[in-house]
Design a protein around this ligand. Sequence first.
Ligand SMILES: Cc1cc2nc3c(=O)[nH]c(=O)nc-3n(C[C@H](O)[C@H](O)[C@H](O)COP(=O)(O)OP(=O)(O)OC[C@H]3O[C@@H](n4cnc5c(N)ncnc54)[C@H](O)[C@@H]3O)c2cc1C
Length: 446
Amino acid sequence: MHLFGTVRIRHKAAFGRPGSGGGMVERADIAVIGGGMVGLASALALRERGLDVVLCDPGEARARTSYGNAGVVSRGSILPMASPALWGKFPAYLRNADRALRLDYPHLPRILPYLTHFLASARESRWREAAASLLPLTSAAYAAHERLAARAGTTDRLARTGWIKAYRTEEAFAGAALERDILQRHGVAFEILDGDALREREPALVRRYACGMLLTETGSVREPGRLIEACEALFAQSGGRRIRGSVTRLTPGSEGWSVTHDGGTLAAKQVVLAAGAASGTLTRDLGYRFAIAAERGYHRHYALHPDSPPLTCPVLDTGAASIIAPMGPDRVRVLSGVELNARHAKPNHSQIEAASREAAETLRLGGPLDNEFWLGSRPATPDGMPVIGHAPRHTGLIFAFGHGHIGLSTGPITGEIVADLAMGREPAVPIAPFAPQRLLGFPRLL
Ligand SMILES: Cc1cc2nc3c(=O)[nH]c(=O)nc-3n(C[C@H](O)[C@H](O)[C@H](O)COP(=O)(O)OP(=O)(O)OC[C@H]3O[C@@H](n4cnc5c(N)ncnc54)[C@H](O)[C@@H]3O)c2cc1C
């Protein structure tokens, strides 16, 4: 359903000025580019503060990464992919022999700045720093989701389910000691369950694991796409306006911004760029070349066997480098690891096919519920921290992208931060570590 198609554009052409296509220029206090979790949460928070907001998005539900993720909302999501453990796995990664990562070699020269930053970040000191910087954001994430769900009428989709990281061997568990140390230091609650206790906690698991870590404070969103739809409806109800199309250019002017899109031009005093993995394309014309990349990921839904108990919480099978997340009492979503490839490159199903095979030995699965695999792009930064803040060289431009693996969970709190920035207020969460400047230019190697 095209929720916004029916919304009357009340302010359209209020100031009547010819647009690029010969039409009239629409005007707004603020334009939000991108209608995923981050953009929608920003648009809603800005409406709540009384601003006249136009949201620009092509409106394809499945094109949003926010549609297809695992739905995990965890205070413990403070450990970026660029970890010191990377070096031990490096030879396997280079050979594409570890399912956690698939490298598309022809694409790599295009993301060299990202790769260089990534490798520079993969040190214990940087990992610890990033965890400390992310903690205030992830700590505020669940409460922000609760507030959003209450407004959007989706509280039944959000629950403190916990989430499990399951280890197939004692060696694999021992290899994650640093992770546990960091979580413990930051007071992130977890329990270690041996194989039997894990089975008791999650009877749907038929695979025999050595042990598991249960992150008890973690919540999850069932069918995140439904939350996104509800946010769209709420935005429309709250008087938000919508342009269904792609933004092609941002042009600064003396009174704000000119936002060129498929259907014409929008004049806005401020702009929020929240276009997920596509954000770098729009910043480039303004002279910002961010060291970011699309970390692609896939999913497919499967029915649970009628005799299987329901899966009660998302499970990361560390041995398969994949997550299985419940999307209802009788169905699960199997999600793959990371593929470094161009956003629009042809899909490569090797990781999700492997993840699906593994999942069939982890749970009692019935048949697949979709004909096709879903593919989305995590908007990834090399240090695992989002880019949130004012553009360094332009006024009235707020960046809110690069949420990587944690954008569904931290999207709502990012929206609140963005609204504070737009209103000239100090955000409740410290954002200095997320400053855009850190990903422009060369990485700090020491
Ligand atoms: C397999 C997988 C599992 C994941 N699991 C989790 C998880 O458990 N928990 C979690 O927190 N995160 C998870 N993530 C990450 C999370 O999904 C992303 O971080 C998040 O969805 C990013 O939200 P976003 O709003 O920035 O981007 P998106 O949801 O991708 O939205 C960006 C929007 O911008 C639009 N757009 C692009 N270009 C333009 C343009 N030029 N003009 C206008 N609009 C434009 C797009 O069409 C899209 O609608 C997972 C991701 C994947 C792939």
